[in-house]
Design a protein around this ligand. Sequence first.
Ligand SMILES: NC(=O)c1ccc[n+]([C@@H]2O[C@H](COP(=O)([O-])OP(=O)(O)OC[C@H]3O[C@@H](n4cnc5c(N)ncnc54)[C@H](OP(=O)(O)O)[C@@H]3O)[C@@H](O)[C@H]2O)c1
Length: 336
Amino acid sequence: MTQPVDPNYLPADNRYESMPYIRSGRSGLKLPAISLGLWHNFGGIDPLENGRAMLHRAFDLGITHFDLANNYGPPPGSAEETFGAILRKDFAAHRHELVISTKAGYWMWNGPYGEWGSRKYLISSLDQSLRRMGLDYVDIFYHHRPDPETPLEETMGALDHVVRQGKALYAGISNYDAEQTREAVRILNDLGTPCLINQVKYSMFVRWPEEALLDTAQELGIGLIFFSPLAQGLLTDRYLDGIPEGSRASKPSGFLKKDQVTEENVNKARRLNDIARERGQSLAQMALAWVLRHPASTSALIGTSSVQQVEENAAAVEKLDFSADELQAIEDILAE
Ligand SMILES: NC(=O)c1ccc[n+]([C@@H]2O[C@H](COP(=O)([O-])OP(=O)(O)OC[C@H]3O[C@@H](n4cnc5c(N)ncnc54)[C@H](OP(=O)(O)O)[C@@H]3O)[C@@H](O)[C@H]2O)c1
């Protein structure tokens, strides 16, 4: 559904009053507890005015961090174009208040230089991203996924290079496990461009970072930003009564497939929803608070398809703490 958009948008004066800002590791940069990603719903196939309305509301609620990647769309690149167009129209006077990130690592163009982790690919891709968004620099440039073939020194060297060029303010990694993170951090430290943050998938349904990464990140002094904290909508009330029209699982372009909306997942979500209600929250809000409970957490990186979802999710910060009994009740449901 397209949302009404204010063509003469001016950010709310009280935009910094409710959102907590959390330091990314031992860096100087703080990120909002809730950040907004443009993976879905900002592509060339999506209504631009809906994306525009969501960005307005997000910024009004203190969400200063917007996360992109070269390949977000569809088609690939179109989310950066949409974001650039909205940025020029509505946020031109506020660039210094925004943390904008992009990434390279997944397939972006044909041939040997269009994916993975070579210096050739990363630097070409960032130049393209800057052009699509109409920016001189991004705040964070990420290597999007580990490359088993390229020496890590080359990939990290490319991140160091773009930071020194001023095309990115900080270097980040994404989808790196604990050992890969340790190695990347060591190389970047040696180069003099510390690693700001690792962006990984984490939610009540996807818990691999608990094995070692949460503690490793804290030890190394880097931040962690968690993507798909709502398991693409499974950890909300979206699928409690079937797969609604217009939902991510209903769309051919969505990365959530119908067969991931299993009876088991939905049953767990129903029972988690009961705990959330007892806490006076929605399930989405509890799922966001849950990923933020670890001291290594910097931000929960959400996606949204409506202004209402932006508002509901930003309000998660009103109750972030859990009692030991609540945490145990959640564990019991997840363990079944
Ligand atoms: N680094 C990486 O490899 C990587 C990979 C994936 C994502 N990311 C980043 O992480 C961001 C978030 O990922 P994600 O979109 O999968 O996150 P998510 O927050 O787990 O899922 C977002 C989806 O959940 C539904 N939703 C959100 N709030 C809701 C609410 N209050 N009530 C009901 N449904 C709600 C919406 O689906 P409907 O469309 O059905 O409304 C929304 O599109 C991406 O945009 C991207 O920036 C990074």
